[in-house]
Design a protein around this ligand. Structure first.
Ligand SMILES: [Zn+2]
Length: 101
């Protein structure tokens, strides 16, 4: 996960569709952003009904908050998404697709 070649190789190995590849690349973009900010390089995307409903990266050092992992940042966004739309978060979490890089 150090350069753009390695993600292309990984994507080819697991034979992702172009559709899936788009999301993995976006998560990878957030991972690179985290690295540039001297964080552990993790990016995260949550997809629900084919829409990105959460996206983020590791923010632990920046916020000095050990819970601010990329996936936790995204989980908070999903909860807000559900609250705004009066959706049952348990159902949404069951149906969403996670992409971590
Ligand atoms: Zn984590």
């Amino acid at each position: 996960m150090t350069d753009s070649n390695s993600i292309d190789e990984t994507v080819n190995e697991v034979k992702l569709t172009e559709y899936q590849k788009k999301f993995v690349e976006l998560a990878f973009k957030y991972a690179k952003e985290a690295l540039a900010k001297l964080e552990v390089p993790v990016g995260c995307i949550f997809v629900y009904n084919e829409n990105i409903i959460a996206e983020g990266r590791n923010e632990v050092n920046e916020t000095r908050n050990a819970t601010r992992h990329a996936e936790m940042v995204c989980i908070d966004q999903v909860i807000n998404y559900c609250n705004d739309r009066k959706l049952d978060y348990k159902q949404v979490f069951k149906d969403l697709v996670e992409r971590l890089s």
